[in-house]
Design a protein around this ligand. Structure first.
Ligand code: MTE
Ligand code: MO
Length: 169
């Protein structure tokens, strides 16, 4: 009886352990850019910090998944302020979109306009502290969150690893 019980516990625990251990320590910004950008945890902390407070995380059904507390964050648009798109005409910046890719390949798309030319950009954060943990101690790092979303879980990106800049065909 002992062995199967141990096996069952292991089978339950291994996937949970796997999910929570996928953190990242830097972000690479690549794609249709004049120059690639790279940000370490220390680089992120150099940008202006914003107090966010509490955000309820809801899944795609709108069901509560928990509350993220004591949040502070850096705006993605501040971080990417000096990003230079490979495009001469500002008019055509509207063709660009940024794919945020997590370490487990979870992906979320933001358009260039959404980030740099809409109220959403004022609420698109890289979280720099959560639940009393500073960035380097956050189990979800590097975490992206847009508190103004209706279903906040969808763009609650844990373990952000890359931002890929592309344009529509
Ligand atoms: N890296 C990564 N982030 C992710 C996901 C994922 O599979 N991988 N799932 C998303 C979905 S669909 C939801 S609803 C929320 C749930 O947040 P939680 O896992 O902290 O409860 O995380 C989001 N962030
Ligand atoms: Mo979800």
């Amino acid at each position: 009886m002992k062995k199967p019980t141990t096996l069952i516990i292991l089978l339950i625990c291994i996937p949970i352990w796997g999910q929570t251990s996928k953190t990242t320590d830097e972000i690479l910004v690549t794609g249709l850019l004049e120059k690639e950008l790279k940000f370490s945890l220390d680089d992120i902390l150099k940008y202006p910090s914003n107090t966010i407070g509490e955000v309820a995380i809801t899944n795609h059904m709108g069901e509560p998944r928990g509350t993220a507390k004591q949040l502070t964050g850096v705006l993605v648009k501040d971080l990417l302020e000096n990003m230079e798109l490979k495009e001469e005409s500002p008019k055509r910046f509207s063709e660009f979109y940024l794919t945020f890719v997590a370490i487990d390949d979870y992906k979320v798309v933001y358009s260039w306009n959404e980030i740099f030319n809409s109220p959403t950009g004022e609420h698109l954060f890289l979280i720099t502290s959560r639940d009393g943990n500073e960035l380097k101690d956050m189990p979800e790092r590097i975490l992206v969150l847009t508190p103004t979303d209706f279903k906040t879980g969808r763009r609650h990106i844990k373990g952000l690893s890359r931002i890929i800049v592309e344009r529509v065909k």
